[in-house]
Every structure is written in structure tokens, then in C-alpha cells.
Design a protein. Structure first.
Length: 504
């Protein structure tokens, strides 16, 4: 399902699709995507396919195509994610309540409670009457409420949005920008936070030309011919790596090149060190080496650094310390043959699958999208628990959005307690944020911090990988000045409430 942002031709693909689903044979296209579907799986998917095809038979999309192409494509995305027959059936049926006369009772009878619940969740997320910022916030709230019950509903919504973005050109102009903006501000970051890199990249690239048409044109202008040029140079580097790995008896699963998504390129161009110069972007195309084991990843890193010098400060070991959304890989940038600066990414096949499909990859193994009996998600999804807390406690819509912008969608840094527990913080967070993230009481009574065994002041900004120990003193209370040195809304809230509770 990899989409090359430069060369993809979506409308052509869509036209092909529209032929295949006119008869019930179209269901095979879904089933072929699945790894080892059972007889029951095939039966359920076929039944849902037929039901939805009939229900939508008199409806059309803005593109004038039969409406059913939309749930069909949504279900296909869910199939690529290997999310299981129930999710695929729910994807096929996700729009049946809209203008088709199908009732919930019917769905329950035909497909059972669980599928009915998933469809209902997805439908509720879709029927919002609000506009602008108010609408967006309402949307988010509903999204998180749905998440709190079952994250699978949000996955259906992401697949749904992906197809709507692919066909956005047919939607009335005045709606286009609103939908594209919402995609860029809400859905893409959400996909990113769920570790679903592939869908995130696609959503961003599809929204980009609608939200920033001028900037999009500029970027496209700047990259003209660049990909081809880079690809040519990379084939030499790749050849040398293959030779060297063979010498060392390492058989990689795959070496290929990963083309940077356009929107992510645009964001990189804006960084000060890149300064809008495309020649300063070293990972326009990166070489990606997939192997079977973690040991091989490190061995290959060693081999590559023996062949070519790495750029200082650009070796990133996300295997030892993964990104907050679970991303794992080794990245290094080298001065390759003829001085060509090139990024190389090394990871196992499993890590790759998880980087592309994120939370969905975990689902494929565990099946359940629900929290446990106490209403909590797996520690892996601790941030979802946090989100649910916020959405309960923050009553002002404006605050809620602010909180999200700061804590949820910002880039993250990872720090450690002396015992090695990971604390996930937004970029720019200080030792004060860290203290509160560990425990409110530790935050309130903090008097100093040791970062990597050195005493520092509490307002010190933390870096990825810092080991932080907070020094406390009984009966201390937080200083109001701290409010100027915190990045997390959680810390701010705790400081304010501690100050309110304690007399000066
Ligand atoms: Mn839909």
C-alpha cells in the first residue's frame, strides 16, 4: 500500500476499483489482502459486502460514482492493516445508517452486538453539526469518548477519512478546505500518535495542497528532478552495501529506498538548519535495510560506519530508546561515495510493520481494542488513559484544545527515572514537568534536580535520554514562578491547585 507521493495516480486506481465492485465478486479483492482468513472470516466479510452493496445501491458520491466505492475502499484499508474480519465488516457497513433506511436493530440481528457497536461509534463520530473551532473541539471530544470505549472505532474513522481525502477534489469547494484542515490538524496527528506512519503520511500529503496551495506549489517546484537524481546516486551506495553485507555473511530481508512524504519534506525545509534549501535535506530518499534480528541491525550499523564516516550527531538509536509512539529503528547519516550525504535506516521486519501500521499491528496480535475492567488501556497506550482523564476534567473548550496542542500533538522527549522508568514529555519540558509527571507529591515538594548525575536547577530543559532524579523536601510547596518554566498543562494545573490549597 506504499504510496509514492510523486508518482501515484490515485484517480486511475479508483477507476479500476469502481469496475471490480459492481458485482459481488469484488469482495475477493478484500479477501486477497488478508493473511490466512478463516472460513468464518470470509463468510462474514462476504455477507457484510453484499448487505452494504445493496443498502447503498441507489446512492452516489460527489464524484458521481456509486456510493459503495467508499465503504469498500474503507474496508480495504482496514484489510491492509490486517485488523480482522469484524473490523472489515464494520468498515463495509460504516455508512449504512446514512440515508439508506437500515436500522440498528437490523444490523444487530444480522451482524451481532459488537459490529453494531463499532458502526454506531463510527456513525456518531461522523454526524457533527458544528463549524470551525467549535466543531473541531466537539469532534475531538467525541473521538476521545469513542476511544475510551474502543479504539477500533477511531481506526475505522481514520480509514474512512483516508478515502474521503483521496476523493476530496469532487467535494464542493467550500467544504474542501475545512475537511483538509481538520485532516491536517486532527486526523494526521492522531494517526501519528497511534504510530500509524503510513496513514499519517498519506493524510498529510493529501491535505497539503488544499490547506497551503502556494507552499505546495513551491515545494513541488523545488523537488523537480531531485528524486530521480538522488535515486541514481543511491543505487551505487546500495550496491556497495549489498556487497559488504555478503562478505560478512548477512542476508538482509530487503533493502529498498524510502521516499520522503511531501508534507514532511515541507516541514523539514522550514527548520532553521535546512533554511528552505532542498540540498540540505539528506533523507529525501533514504536507504532502508530490513533484517530479521536486532543483532543484525547493530552489525550492519558497524559495517556501514566502517565503510563511510557518519555525520556527527545524526546517529539515532530508536531501537534502544524507541519514540513515544513506539517507533523503532536505527538511523544514521553518512558521507557516502563521492561525498553524497545519505540517510540509512536499519530495522527488523517486525519493527517496520509496526512503524507503518502502529497500533493496528498490535491489534493483529491481540484482537481487543477495549480497555480492561478498570477502564484502563495497556501501558503501551498510557497516553490514551491520560487523554480520557483530560477530556473528563477540562470543561472549557478552549483549554481543552490548548491542552491537546501542548501535550498531545507536540514532539516528545523521553527521559528516565533513576530506576529506568520512561517518562514521556513534550519538547521543551523541564525538570519541574518531569517531577509532576512522576508524582504530584514529588512535583509539589521538589527543591532541585540531578540530571545525568549533575545538579541542575528545576527549570532546566530536559533532553532525550536524560536520567533525572528529583530532590524533595518535606512540607515544601511549589513556587508560582514555576508556571513560567513548565510545558505540560498537568504540571501547571497541579502547581495552581497546590498554591490555592496552601496559604502563603
Ligand atoms: Mn464514510
Amino acid at each position: 500500500m506504499e504510496v509514492n507521493p510523486v508518482r501515484s495516480n490515485q484517480s486511475k486506481i479508483d477507476a479500476e476499483m469502481s469496475k471490480t465492485f459492481r458485482t459481488s465478486n469484488g469482495v475477493n479483492e478484500i479477501i486477497h489482502i488478508l493473511k490466512n482468513p478463516s472460513k468464518n472470516d470470509i463468510e462474514l466479510i462476504t455477507r457484510a459486502f453484499e448487505f452494504a452493496r445493496q443498502a447503498h445501491k441507489d446512492q452516489k458520491r460527489f464524484s458521481n460514482e456509486p456510493y459503495f466505492i467508499h465503504p469498500f475502499e474503507t474496508a480495504k484499508t482496514l484489510s491492509h492493516l490486517q485488523l480482522g474480519a469484524k473490523m472489515i465488516a464494520a468498515g463495509l457497513l460504516h455508512d449504512v445508517y446514512e440515508d439508506t433506511g437500515v436500522t440498528e436493530k437490523e444490523i444487530k440481528k444480522e451482524f451481532g452486538e459488537e459490529i453494531a457497536f463499532l458502526i454506531e461509534g463510527a456513525t456518531k463520530l461522523g454526524t457533527l453539526k458544528y463549524r470551525g473551532i467549535e466543531r473541531q473541539i466537539e469532534n475531538l471530544r467525541k473521538m476521545f469518548l469513542a476511544m475510551a470505549k474502543d479504539i477500533r472505532v477511531v481506526l475505522i474513522k481514520l480509514a474512512d477519512r483516508l478515502h474521503n481525502m483521496k476523493t476530496l477534489q469532487y467535494v464542493p469547494k467550500e467544504k474542501q478546505i475545512r475537511i483538509a484542515k481538520e485532516t491536517l490538524e486532527i486526523y494526521a496527528p492522531l494517526a501519528s500518535r497511534l504510530g500509524m506512519g503510513e496513514i499519517k503520511g498519506q493524510l498529510e500529503d493529501l491535505a497539503f495542497p488544499y490547506v497551503y496551495p502556494e507552499k505546495y506549489k513551491k515545494v513541488m517546484e523545488a523537488i523537480k528532478g531531485k528524486y530521480e537524481e538522488k535515486e541514481k546516486k543511491l543505487s551505487k551506495v546500495r550496491h556497495e552495501i549489498e556487497k559488504e553485507l555478503k562478505k560478512n555473511n548477512i542476508q538482509p530481508v530487503k533493502i529498498d529506498s524510502r521516499v520522503k512524504h511531501i508534507y514532511s519534506l515541507f516541514k523539514k525545509l522550514q527548520r532553521p538548519e535546512v533554511n528552505m534549501n532542498i540540498n540540505n535535506v539528506y533523507d529525501l530518499i533514504a536507504l532502508r535495510i530490513l533484517v530479521e534480528t536486532v543483532e543484525e541491525c547493530y552489525k550492519i550499523l558497524g559495517i556501514i560506519h566502517t565503510l563511510w564516516k557518519p555525520l556527527p550527531g545524526r546517529i539515532k538509536d530508536y531501537i534502544a530508546v524507541s519514540k513515544p509512539n513506539g517507533y523503532q529503528s536505527i538511523h544514521t547519516t553518512i558521507f557516502a561515495t563521492e561525498g553524497e550525504i545519505t540517510e540509512i535506516q536499519i530495522r527488523t521486519e517486525k519493527m517496520h510493520e509496526e512503524a507503518e501500521h502502529g497500533i493496528a499491528a498490535h491489534w493483529a496480535y491481540t484482537e481487543s481494542g477495549k480497555p480492561d475492567e478498570g477502564g484502563k488501556f495497556h501501558p503501551h497506550l498510557a497516553w490514551v488513559n491520560q487523554l480520557i482523564e483530560w477530556q473528563k476534567s477540562i470543561s472549557q473548550s478552549k483549554d481543552f484544545l490548548e491542552t491537546l496542542r501542548i501535550d498531545f500533538f507536540k514532539d516528545r522527549v523521553f527521559c528516565f527515572t533513576p530506576k529506568g522508568d520512561v517518562i514521556d514529555l513534550p519538547e521543551g519540558a523541564t525538570a519541574i514537568d518531569f517531577a509532576y509527571a512522576v508524582h504530584t507529591e514529588i512535583g509539589n515538594t521538589a527543591i532541585g534536580a540531578m540530571v545525568n548525575n549533575k545538579f541542575v536547577s528545576l527549570d532546566s530543559v530536559l533532553k532525550n535520554g536524560d536520567i533525572v532524579e528529583i530532590k524533595t523536601q518535606k512540607n515544601k510547596k511549589p513556587s508560582m514562578e514555576w508556571l513560567g518554566h513548565t510545558k505540560t498543562s498537568f504540571a501547571r494545573k497541579q502547581i495552581k491547585s497546590a498554591r490555592r490549597l496552601l496559604p502563603d
